[in-house]
Ligand binder design. Structure first.
Ligand SMILES: NC(=O)c1ccc[n+]([C@@H]2O[C@H](COP(=O)([O-])OP(=O)(O)OC[C@H]3O[C@@H](n4cnc5c(N)ncnc54)[C@H](OP(=O)(O)O)[C@@H]3O)[C@@H](O)[C@H]2O)c1
Length: 203
């Protein structure tokens, strides 16, 4: 079955922002190479992910910055590889208002998120990443739609910006698969969804 992974990039207070903090303007990995989070989330998965799902704001932001057309000549090679990957994969943009997307291999879907996710999962293809933004990911968490979650937690209490957390339908249990620290105090957390009997027993 196609695996669905959600990506979260948040401050300690759960805001979807990329604030400045000591080290944030320096490479977290070796210069010119992807850091651990980027490798695990993207570079290592170029061969098994065929669909990336984004809300409208996330989609238009990625098209502007991360499509091959948006790349800057001095960007490192791994970002060009990322752009080639994003151009190539199927992209689903969730939107009520966009009709034209101007990015190859893209389509617009709208409506009930649980039905949309079930539909995409039933189609032929490899694994699926739900990239954001925070409002979409909150809905994914609320409806328990992803099989696993990668968190990048930045060492900042930011106090403003879009929220990842909010009211839930019910308690959701996640199992920690790995936790690590990056060079400037960021946490990289990987959780999988706990379903079935284990979830009911609160295990
Ligand atoms: N990965 C990321 O993209 C990321 C990560 C961290 C922080 N951020 C920041 O977060 C901000 C954007 O966050 P956001 O959470 O507001 O944006 P978002 O989730 O990317 O986009 C929200 C929009 O998606 C559409 N949408 C979502 N669910 C839908 C559904 N079921 N059916 C139809 N349309 C649906 C709606 O667009 P319509 O209005 O067109 O209907 C909605 O207004 C940016 O400032 C960005 O810098 C982004």
């Amino acid at each position: 079955m196609r695996k669905i992974t959600a990506n979260l990039y948040m401050t300690l207070d759960g805001r979807g922002e990329f604030p400045k903090y000591p080290g944030s303007d320096l490479p977290s990995g070796k210069p010119g190479e992807p850091d651990e989070f980027f490798r695990k989330m993207w570079t290592d998965r170029f061969s098994d992910v065929t669909t990336v799902v984004m809300g409208r704001r996330s989609f238009t932001g990625h098209r502007r910055v991360h499509s091959l057309k948006g790349r800057k000549p001095n960007d490192p090679k791994f970002l060009f590889d990322y752009s080639r990957f994003l151009d190539r994969v199927e992209k689903v943009c969730l939107s009520h208002r966009l009709k034209r997307l101007d990015w190859e291999n893209s389509r617009v879907l709208k409506g009930d998120l649980a039905k949309i996710v079930a539909r995409i999962r039933s189609e032929k293809g490899g694994n699926i990443i739900i990239e954001g933004g925070p409002r979409l990911i909150h809905e994914v968490l609320r409806l328990d739609l992803a099989d696993d979650y990668w968190f990048l937690v930045m060492p900042v209490v930011f106090g403003r910006g879009p929220r990842y957390w909010g009211p839930m339908k019910a308690q959701t249990n996640l199992k920690l698969l790995s936790a690590s620290t990056m060079r400037y105090g960021e946490l990289v957390l990987h959780y999988e969804a706990v379903r079935g009997k284990a979830a009911a027993k609160g295990k």
